[in-house]
Structures are given as C-alpha cells and as structure tokens.
Design a protein around this ligand. Structure first.
Ligand code: ATP
Length: 317
C-alpha cells in the first residue's frame, strides 16, 4: 500500500531564503507524525507543500500516492487541513458551516457527530464570529474532519486552547487514529508531541536534525537519569555510598544532583544506604530527560544554523 506520505530531498526557496534544505521522511498509514522546531524552521512550509498550498522548488512529495502540487480533486477529497488561521463565513452558525462544507465532499460526516467530537454542542447555533479563540480552533478541527479525510494536517491545532479543551482535542485526535487516519501535526507543545506522536521530526533551519519515536529521540533512552535530594544533616557528599561508575555528583543550591546512566542501580544504592542508617533523603526525586530536554539540546546544538537562517530571512525581508 506504500506510505501515506513520502518526501524525498524536498527543497523550498523564497528568493534567497532557503526554507527547506533537502528534507526526507515517510509517514505510515495510521501514524501520527509530528514536526517540532523553532519559529521559522520550515514546518509550515513543509506542511503547506504537502497540502498543495505551496510549491516545492525541487525534490518530491507524495500524499496518498498523489503529487499535492497537481491540486487533484481526488486527493483534496481525502485530506483535511487545520491551518493556523483561515477565513470562514462569520455570520453562519457552527451547524450551518458544517452542513455547507459537508456538501463539497462525496462522503461527509454528520454535523452533530462532528459537534460532539469537538465538544461544541452548546455553540451549535452560535455564529462563527461570536466564538472564543479556542472554540474557533475547535470549529476549525471539526471543519477539517467534515469530509472524513484519510490524512489530516494539523498546524498548531491546540494553540489558544484551555487545558481542558487541549486534552479533549488530544482524545479526538487519538480517536481518529484508532479509525486508521494518518495525522501530520506541527506543534510547539512538547506534551502534545509526547502524548500524540508515534514519531517526531525535529526541524532546524530547513533540515531535519532528528527523527524517531518521542521516547527514543536524540538518544533519549541513553541519556542520564537525574536523581536529586537534600543531604541529611551532618552528612557530607564524600560520605555518600559508592555510586555506579561514571555517575556525576554535584551540589546545587537546594541539594545534591546525581546524573547517571545506571539510574536504577544508583537509586537502589542510595535508598538502601539511607534506610540502613534511618536517615531521610528529603526531596528525593528521580527524573528521566523529557522530550523538551532533548528538543532543547538538539536545537541548541544546531542553534548557529538557525540563527544564520533567521538573519538571512531578516536581511531579505
Ligand atoms: P513557525 O513556528 O513560526 O510557524 P515555521 O517553522 O512554520 O515557523 P515557516 O513559516 O515554514 O517556518 O518559515 C520558514 C522560513 O521561510 C522563515 O525564514 C520564513 O521567514 C520564510 N518564509 C516563509 N514563508 C515565506 C514567504 N511567503 N516569503 C518569503 N519567506 C517566507
């Protein structure tokens, strides 16, 4: 069946600005693929080429076996798009808009089903122009789903949502995946990527610098565990028990920080030592590197390229 999305050596120039510098990836059918990256990295450019709203300078992109640049109806009917901002008729109600857009598709979902899915029931008869920012984004999501698409493009879909609405949107997106839909998502929220994505690509200055499942990205599983606690009164760092080789011990303002790739071993040694002596390790915590830690490390590593690309874009603006 091939992949739902295939991108090979895709490049995009806006005059002298190289927004995409030869990127490649595939997205399997039913996968949630998420693009992360700083402002101006090229995420929207990539998404909009796949949606058929922009043209690549070179390379190839294929969505459900179609070249999106050709604007074929057969493809348009099978994709749904939530853009960062898009114009809709402000004087129509939520229900009317869903009915109207539904008429453009051969197989459309019932307005009530969509309203339930995005939890907009209380606003069914409200004019689009009267919705709050977050409610408007939920309507955008419902409109993207009206044609029952196989591939859904979500560009920062939960920006402006309150925490409850964000969680509701995540469960909607997960429900879509369980129906076998493919999702291409861009976001600035690490928890969103962590919660939803099967794979994450980190883009910096028009290049993908890492790609993989969120829990493995950038060698995350191999990164050290961080153990923190407050030293018991009268105990110095030198008196702590022997820790796994390679463990780094440092004293911070509010306690001790131990970084080690053998976290389980170190936790066992430390807690056993404290229990044996009847001492408390106040503030004891064990943390694995988060997706945000890995993302920040990756973007810092490629920060110079990003700064150069932004300066180039700025100089040409
Ligand atoms: P954000 O997170 O801010 O949405 P992004 O990763 O989606 O950013 P893009 O919008 O794809 O980034 O922009 C990538 C680069 O291309 C930026 O340097 C931007 O200034 C430039 N760019 C985007 N659209 C155009 C355009 N129409 N004309 C000229 N330059 C553009």
């Amino acid at each position: 069946m091939g992949h739902a999305i295939e991108v090979i050596d895709l490049r995009k120039r806006y005059g002298a600005v190289e927004a995409l510098r030869g990127i490649g990836f595939e997205v399997a059918h039913g996968e949630v693929f998420c693009m992360l990256g700083p402002n101006g990295a090229g995420k929207t450019t990539c998404a909009e080429i796949l949606e058929g709203h922009r043209f690549a300078s070179s390379g190839s992109a294929s969505v459900l076996g179609h070249d999106p640049a050709r604007g074929e109806r057969a493809l348009r009917e099978r994709i749904g798009v939530v853009l960062q901002s898009c114009g809709i008729q402000q004087d129509l109600t939520v229900q009317e808009l869903l009915e109207m857009y539904g008429r453009y598709y051969p197989r459309s979902r019932r307005p009530q089903e969509l309203i339930d899915l995005v939890e907009l029931d209380v606003k069914r008869d409200a004019h689009a122009g009267s919705l709050s920012g977050g409610q408007r984004r939920r309507l955008d999501l419902a409109l993207a789903l009206v044609g029952d698409p196989d591939v859904l493009f979500l560009d920062e879909p939960t920006t402006g949502f309150d925490p409850h609405a964000r969680r509701a949107a995540w469960s909607t997106i997960r429900a879509l995946c369980s129906l076998g839909k493919t999702v291409f998502l861009t976001t600035h929220f690490m928890d969103e990527a962590q919660q939803l994505a099967d794979r994450v690509a980190v883009m910096v200055a028009g290049r993908i610098v890492a790609c993989g499942p969120p829990e493995e990205l950038g060698g995350r599983q191999e990164l050290p565990t961080e153990i923190r606690f407050i030293l018991p009164d009268g105990i110095s760092v030198g008196e702590l028990p022997g820790l796994p080789s390679g463990a780094e011990v440092s004293v911070e303002r509010d306690g001790v920080l131990i970084r080690t790739v053998e976290g389980l071993d170190a936790v066992h040694t430390l807690t056993g030592w404290a229990l044996q002596r009847g001492r408390e390790l106040r503030g004891f915590s064990v943390a694995q590197p988060t997706l945000e830690d890995v993302y920040l490390a990756l973007t810092a590593e490629h920060g110079e390229a990003h700064a150069e690309a932004q300066a180039q874009a700025g100089a040409l603006a």
